[in-house]
Design a protein around this ligand. Sequence first.
Ligand code: AMP
Length: 277
Amino acid sequence: MLVGYSSSSGSSGSDEESEAGALTDNSKRRHDVDHGGSSVSKKLKAEEPTSETRLPVPRCLLDMFPEEGDPQTDGSSLHGGRLRSFKHERGNWATCVYFPYHPHEEFSELLEELLEAVAARDVVLTPQTEFHLSLSQTVVLRHHWIQPFTQSLRPRLVHCRRFVCSAGTLRVYCNAEKTRTFLGMEVSTGQAQLLEVVKAVDQTMAEFRLETFYKEPSFHVSLAWCVGDFTKQLKDSLQELQSLADDHEDGPFLLRVDCRELRCKAGNKTFGLPLGP
Ligand code: AMP
């Protein structure tokens, strides 16, 4: 009976049931996809124990599997004060698809200048630790869906040819929940090719019943971010910031992204997904 609790971690045949108790809407639907219909979901539901049959989980067992709300696993101090955009559940992996951008010296110098200029206007931005160009929204995958997900994506990308895209226009972005603001550089060349790649990624997203990319994508590389909605303050500084990027000794700064291998990051695992030749 213990496997019926969302706080329990079942094994072998019990795994399906214990996970079903903690499924998100997405993953509920993904169960249907994998097993070829809704009958499995219904069956799982029918087999869930009722509240009358449930026994309390012993404290010592609960302590072995700290859940959301436990400061050790969900403290926002662990992720730089950022707020989670979705509920954390064990076995759910935040997943996104992107091209990495490897900064060079000129970029790092410009970024420093930009952050100083923003700080003078009382907005403190934190530089990204890794730079990327997103080709998907962040979605939630169950652990056992990660491999099928990358396997679905891989052959679709072979039809997309390698290319280089460039970005040079500063733009302000905010996440859907308005809890984080980003200063990014928007892509100016290579959109058509990026749209082709998004089309391939979206096909896999649709196959797994996950959210597809923005209907009106603004491809960009985020440079820095802060907690809260500082869209207005940053937009007010954009002209000054853009002139820092444009008035460079060697002409306007242009960030170049070599789009030859996509990355799929699921939790702490990263997979390389090469484009065609
Ligand atoms: P990223 O640097 O890819 O993590 O994106 C930073 C933020 O930009 C994300 O939270 C996105 O939700 C947000 N964003 C807002 N509007 C758009 C858009 N049209 N295209 C891409 N990203 C967007």
